[in-house]
Design a protein around this ligand. Structure first.
Ligand code: ATP
Length: 372
């Protein structure tokens, strides 16, 4: 397997502040790779270093095995798509796309041929003569990408390119971008703070926090086996409990929550008896009125409200101790008399709850995230 991008010990400081902290990464050729993290975690700084707009404080960047240390931005085999697409509004689609080619000395028939070919590939044949103002948001997006792809970069860098689109279009464009990347085969490096974008489109995702990568993995790995509490919280919704370990054997742990529940769960770190832990449980892992509760953690909650969101219903429930718990119920799971005020038995499998040793910066006692 070859790598289009390799970062080694890449660090960027602004004065005393470490914006990118000793990052190591290999991105395989032809993959869709996302860097996911909250605002200010260093994503853009990382991308700007790869593009050559920012010099690393230390460490190296190699593209297709070539060290980029002394390569100017316009000589790097990368292109950058911004959130604000920076298309030239007064030019036609074809002129926008040919602009970069012309600057590289590709003109006339050859430029025309390549422009037509890339428009075809991004699904906009016959759009060459249109003006930018005549296009929809999604079409503009594709022109911006075509303008970069026509230059045949080894790596396409995308800096939150869907951020300015409305929700519906963003949903469509996620699928389109994924299909487009699969079709053209160019390596995409996509930065976003939106976990749903990263999960839907990417082959692999790096979750970034305070300048460093907390975990790099497939979307399934990040969601199912988060390596740190930060990843568990940032990728997907959770119910969380604080508690103390009472027994452990391998990664099987019994804990007593601060509310007094005894739960069995899976430990992600060494979990000695007596250790303080935080338990994370996905809302869809909670089964409502399960037919068979054998081996499950079972308790009773009261239904407060039902939030319908198309494919699922989210049940806002409250425990006997008055703590909120979020339950996600697929639409095909019909439960009779599901109305506010009703008592429900909920159960969850010990394998689906994961425990992390409590850290110094944990501020929560118990809550349901993503309930709003
Ligand atoms: P966002 O999603 O909000 O764009 P980000 O993850 O892309 O955030 P960066 O723009 O990379 O974050 O910024 C990372 C940190 O580095 C921030 O705290 C920012 O204030 C700081 N920073 C970025 N550029 C500079 C600079 N030129 N001088 C000083 N500090 C900077």
């Amino acid at each position: 397997m070859t790598n289009d991008l390799s970062l080694r010990n890449l660090t960027k400081r602004f004065g005393d502040f470490v914006a990118v902290d000793n990052i190591n990464l290999d991105v395989p050729t032809g993959s869709f790779f996302s860097i996911l993290g909250p605002s200010g975690c260093g994503k853009t700084t990382l991308l700007r270093m790869v593009a050559g707009f920012e010099a690393p404080t230390s460490g190296t960047i190699a593209i297709r095995g070539n060290d980029m240390a002394n390569v100017l931005p316009n000589k790097r085999p990368v292109n950058l798509v911004f959130q604000h697409l920076a298309l030239f509004p007064m030019m036609t689609v074809a002129e926008n796309i040919a602009f970069g080619l012309n600057r590289r000395g590709v003109k006339g028939q050859e430029a025309h041929k390549r422009t037509e070919a890339i428009l075809e590939r991004v699904g906009l044949p016959d759009f060459g003569a249109k003006r930018i103002q005549q296009l929809s948001g999604g079409q503009k997006q594709r022109v911006a990408i075509a303008r970069c792809l026509v230059l045949e970069p080894s790596v396409l860098l995308l800096d939150e390119p869907l951020g300015a689109l409305d929700l519906k279009l963003r949903e469509q464009m996620k699928v389109e971008l994924k299909k487009l990347q699969a079709k053209v085969g160019t390596t995409f490096i996509y930065i976003t703070h939106d976990q749903s974008e990263a999960l839907v489109m990417s082959d692999r995702v790096a979750v970034m926090n305070r300048g460093a990568f907390e975990q790099v993995g497939t979307p399934q790995e990040l969601y199912g086996n988060p390596a740190t509490p930060f990843v568990a919280r940032f990728v997907g919704d959770n119910n969380r409990w604080a508690g103390s370990v009472t027994e452990c054997s391998g990664d099987a742990v019994v804990l007593q929550t601060d509310e007094g529940y005894t739960f069995r769960a899976r430990a992600m770190h060494d979990c000695a008896a007596g250790r303080r832990v935080n338990l994370f449980l996905r809302p869809e892992a909670m089964l409502v009125e399960p037919a068979d509760t054998k081996g499950m953690n079972v308790f009773t909650v009261t239904l407060r409200a039902i939030l319908f969101d198309g494919a699922n219903s989210r049940l806002l429930t409250v425990t006997e101790q008055g703590h909120e718990l979020l339950v996600r119920l697929p639409q095909n799971r019909v439960i009779e008399n599901l109305e506010a005020g009703r008592q429900l038995t909920v159960g969850w499998n010990p394998d689906s709850g994961i425990c992390f040793a409590a850290g110094a910066d944990d501020v929560f006692v118990h809550d349901a995230e993503g309930a709003a």
